[in-house]
Write a protein that binds this ligand. Structure first.
Ligand SMILES: Cc1cc2nc3c(=O)[nH]c(=O)nc-3n(C[C@H](O)[C@H](O)[C@H](O)COP(=O)(O)OP(=O)(O)OC[C@H]3O[C@@H](n4cnc5c(N)ncnc54)[C@H](O)[C@@H]3O)c2cc1C
Length: 502
């Protein structure tokens, strides 16, 4: 390793090592020879250059929340950990917030909120890192109001490796005349671990250069109106369950245009497996939006009234956004949790076949796991105000994201049982389209930040549509051109990384 490096190197003998190689998904724990803790861009350049000069395979990690083994595959010899690179500040020169590539979402939210009263429409899980999250597109409970995080990405600093094997930082902005504009574009949803190491993100909403930091990003809500609705499986048969799901997707079909008043409501329907006994809807709306209470009441009436299903419990409250709701909605890591997640976008409500499959698997009497679930998360609204090729995220007319999860379980010997269930579930829901959410009237592919290596398996994906199209649709060839220009040696790679053009 280079003597000039100021970064800290942690080896397997070090007490800090286990905590640095374990991530959110304990199915995958890396065994690199070294973890390089990088606190500066130069630390990253040094770590990448050292690895290249000694022929070692590298990967970069920010928050460690990848669903698959992208930072933990057995061939990774050096893991660059960016957690010390976590400062958030306002950069007057860029007129944008500079965010270190290893910043966790909790720190980002707190700094933006406390310092300037602004925020980003990112995810609610505090432990997620910006490194993977922003590169993948990034969405959350404010996305229907404010779009994706990458719709507010102004620039990136990326440590890339050229064809001679030299590591160097490149700054790329969304300015159309920037010679590195395409590198910026690739980081608006092209996925982490593909083109280089992002050491800094600059965040600033689209439009004219802001005159003050307070105008550079969306305003943070002060108070949020939350409704939490519980349905008991005991009171639902297939017909009433299906009616509820239809009511939920219908509501999103009618309320997800970019300028719809309903864009202010964000909902998460977490349908737990029947063995949990009940399942829940969480809906929120910024309480300062005119008519917030009425908007919420209208949605609840649709879901719990005659067209939906009678709930066991409904609770509505107005609470402070940053101090109360945000921490309450973060998902803390299970220190032994093992997961298998699958996903798909919905342009419209599920077909009859899909609804029957959802009911069948969530009530499967042969499977007992109260954590297993289908989550239907509100999408659309301002996300759909952006053209499919303006960023690397092509899904710009969906209304919901579906996540299928068998997690969490803790015993390694149960891996096969749980993975088999979620695979059967997904295969059945998408049986009409080759076992995957092939783009069409209802489905629109999947989300690279919910990576699923099964999409690359011809046994599980018989659609004839390859995984790059499921994630990136028509944007994939451009991503490949960026790959060729900025990572011609394919240094940054994983099981679902952008391939060099053939
Ligand atoms: C509990 C949980 C909740 C989630 N909630 C949401 C949500 O609400 N909204 C949403 O959009 N997504 C959500 N996600 C998905 C999340 O955005 C992705 O898992 C994301 O990739 C995690 O980023 P990370 O930095 O924590 O992960 P890591 O495991 O560190 O990295 C993930 C990938 O990005 C690469 N990477 C990391 N840092 C960098 C960097 N600085 N430069 C280049 N590549 C990098 C890694 O090499 C790897 O390939 C959630 C995930 C989990 C586990």
């Amino acid at each position: 390793m280079s003597e000039q490096s100021r970064g800290v190197t942690v080896t397997p003998q070090d007490d800090r090592y286990p905590g640095l190689v374990e991530g959110y998904n304990h199915r995958f724990t890396g065994r690199p020879e070294a973890v390089r803790l990088a606190a500066t861009t130069q630390d990253v350049v040094d770590a990448v250059q050292d690895a290249l000069d000694t022929g070692r395979r590298i990967a970069v990690r920010s928050g460690g929340h990848c669903f698959e083994d992208f930072t933990a595959s057995p061939d990774i010899q050096v893991l660059i950990d960016l957690s010390p690179l976590a400062a958030v500040s306002y950069d007057e020169r860029m007129a944008a917030f500079a965010v270190g590539g290893g910043t966790r979402l909790d720190h980002l939210y707190q700094e933006l909120h406390d310092g300037w009263g602004v925020t980003v429409p990112a995810g609610t899980c505090f432990e997620v890192g910006v490194g993977g999250h922003i590169c993948g597109g990034g969405y959350g409970h404010l996305s229907r109001r404010d779009g994706l995080v990458v719709d507010h990405l102004y620039a990136v600093e990326v440590v890339t490796v050229d064809d001679t094997g030299r590591a160097r930082p490149v700054i790329a902005t969304r300015e159309p005349d920037d010679p590195h504009h395409d590198l910026w574009w690739a980081h608006t949803g092209g996925g982490g671990g593909n083109f280089g190491v992002v050491t800094r993100f600059w965040l600033r909403s689209a439009g004219p250069r802001p005159t003050a930091p307070e105008h550079a990003l969306p305003r943070a809500p002060r108070r949020i109106r939350r409704a939490d609705v519980v349905w008991s499986w005991d009171t639902l048969d297939e017909q009433s369950f299906t009616a509820l799901l239809r009511a939920y997707t219908d509501w999103h079909e009618k309320n997800s245009a970019p300028d719809s008043p309903g864009r202010h409501i964000w909902s998460n329907l977490i349908v737990l497996h029947r063995s949990a006994g009940s399942f829940i809807l969480n809906s929120v709306v910024d309480d300062d939006v005119p008519g917030a209470a009425e908007l919420m009441a209208e949605q609840l009436a649709v879901l719990t009234g005659p067209g939906g299903a009678a709930p066991a419990h409904v609770e509505e409250q107005v609470v402070s956004w940053m101090d109360t709701w945000m921490p309450s909605y973060s998902w803390p890591s299970d220190p032994r949790g093992r997961y298998k997640n699958k996903a798909g976008y919905l342009r419209a409500g599920f077909t009859d076949h899909q609804l029957a499959a959802v009911h069948r698997h969530l009530t499967d009497p042969g499977y007992d796991n109260p954590m297993a679930c289908l989550v239907l998360t509100g999408f659309g609204g301002q996300v759909n105000a952006v053209a499919p090729d303006a960023t690397a995220v092509p899904q710009r007319d969906s209304i919901l994201k579906a996540s299928y999860s068998a997690g969490a379980w803790t015993a390694p010997e149960e891996d096969e049982l749980h993975i088999a269930w979620v695979r059967r579930f997904y295969q059945d829901v998408y049986a009409e389209t080759g076992g995957v959410p092939e783009p069409g009237d209802v489905n629109d592919g999947s989300y690279i930040s919910y990576p699923d290596v099964d999409l690359a398996d011809p046994v599980r994906n018989t659609s004839g549509t390859g995984w790059p199209v499921l994630y990136y649709k028509d944007n994939y060839p451009r991503l490949q051109r960026v790959k060729k220009r900025y990572d011609p040696r394919n240094v940054f790679r994983h099981a679902l990384s952008v391939a060099l053009p053939s």
